[in-house]
Design a protein. Structure first.
Length: 81
């Protein structure tokens, strides 16, 4: 059995411990405490990757549509399916 609790450290209290004990009864458990990296923090943690991302954001690879052009594009794609 496995249970994952995602809570703030400030929310850890005796009630959580009691809930875990009740859920797992007398079974042996392993408790791992970790934090999650913010996605941006993770992607920019490697300097080479950060440079690549920043270079891509700086280059203008955008395609711009008016609302009518977008509708035509979408409707044309649906007809192709």
């Amino acid at each position: 059995m496995e249970a994952i609790y995602k809570i703030k450290a400030s929310e850890i209290d005796l009630g959580l411990i009691t809930a875990i004990k009740s859920l797992f009864k007398d079974r042996e458990v392993t408790i791992t405490v970790s934090t999650e990296l913010d996605e941006t923090e993770y992607l920019t943690s490697n300097p080479v990757n950060e440079k690549h991302l920043l270079d891509n954001m700086a280059s203008d690879h955008m395609v711009k549509y008016s609302g009518e052009e977008f509708e035509t594009f979408i409707n044309g794609s649906k007809e192709d399916e």
